[in-house]
Design a protein around this ligand. Structure first.
Ligand code: DX5
Ligand code: ZN
Length: 222
C-alpha cells in the first residue's frame, strides 16, 4: 500500500486557516484530516461543516472527515456537499448493522468509507466491516485532543493487517504521530499517517512530513 500523510488541520493555526491549508499543500501532504467532534462522543468540540466547505474551496487535496460524534449518519449528505472525500466513523457509536448501513450510504455518495477503533477497542471489532471499507483507522490516542502522547498499538495494527489480507484496505494511525512513532506503526503495517502537532508546530512542515514518510517507508513490511 502507498505511504501517505494526512495532516490534522485541527492542530493548525485556526486563525489563519487559508494560509495553513496552502502551507499543508505546499508541504507535500497527500490529504487533509478534518476532525469533527460533538462534545458527546468525545469531551471536546472542534470544527464543523462550514469550515470544511471553506477548506474545500481552498484546496484540491482529498479531505477525510474524522467523525468523533454520535449519529454520524445524520451528516453524511452534508459532509458530501461540503466537499469531504472520505468519511471515517467510529465502530462503537452504533450496532454492526447500522455501521454497515452508514458505510453503504457513504459509498452511495461516491465517497470512501473508513471505520475507526479507539485504543480500548480490540482489533476483532473491525472484522464485520473489513470487506466493505476503504480504510481502518487505528487510534493511537484517546480521541478528543491534539498534542497527546502516542500509545503503541502495534499488536492491534498487526492483527488488523492480517484480517485485511490482500484486500486493498489502508491502515491509518492518528494521534501523537511523528517520525519516530510513524516508524513503529509502519513496521506493524500502517500506511496512512495523520500528523497534527508534529506537522504544524514543526519549524518546517515539509521536512516534518517527508521525515514521517521516509521513516515509514523504511519500516513498512514489503
Ligand atoms: C485527536 C484527533 C487527531 C489530532 C491529532 O482526537 O483525532 O486527529 O488532531 O493531533 P496530534 O498529531 O497532535 O496528536
Ligand atoms: Zn483525527
Amino acid at each position: 500500500m502507498k505511504i501517505l500523510t494526512s495532516p490534522s488541520l485541527f492542530a493548525s493555526d485556526l486563525l489563519n486557516i487559508e494560509a495553513e491549508v496552502k502551507r499543508t499543500e505546499a508541504a507535500g501532504a497527500d490529504m487533509i484530516h478534518f476532525d469533527i467532534m460533538d462534545g458527546i462522543y468525545v469531551p471536546n468540540i472542534s470544527i464543523g461543516f462550514e469550515l470544511l466547505a471553506a477548506v474545500r474551496s481552498a484546496t484540491n487535496l482529498p479531505i477525510d472527515a474524522h467523525m468523533m460524534t454520535v449519529k454520524p449518519e445524520k451528516y453524511i449528505e452534508r459532509l458530501a456537499n461540503a466537499g469531504a472525500d472520505i468519511i471515517t466513523v467510529h465502530n462503537d457509536i452504533a450496532d454492526e448493522a447500522s455501521i454497515l448501513e452508514m458505510i453503504e450510504e457513504i459509498h452511495n455518495f461516491g465517497l470512501m468509507a473508513a471505520v475507526a477503533l479507539k485504543p480500548r477497542v480490540p482489533a476483532e471489532a473491525i472484522l464485520p466491516f473489513i470487506e466493505h471499507i476503504d480504510m481502518v483507522l487505528v487510534m493511537t490516542v484517546e480521541p478528543g485532543f491534539s498534542g497527546q502522547s502516542f500509545m503503541d498499538m502495534s499488536d492491534k495494527i498487526r492483527k488488523v493487517k492480517s484480517y485485511i489480507g490482500t484486500n486493498p484496505v489502508s491502515i491509518q494511525v492518528d494521534g501523537g504521530i511523528n517520525e519516530k512513532t510513524a516508524a513503529i506503526c509502519a513496521e506493524a503495517g500502517a500506511n496512512v499517517f495523520v500528523v497534527g502537532s508534529a506537522a504544524y508546530k514543526a519549524p518546517s512542515m515539509r521536512d516534518a512530513l517527508s521525515a514521517v514518510k521516509t521513516a515509514a517507508a523504511r519500516a513498512y513490511p514489503l
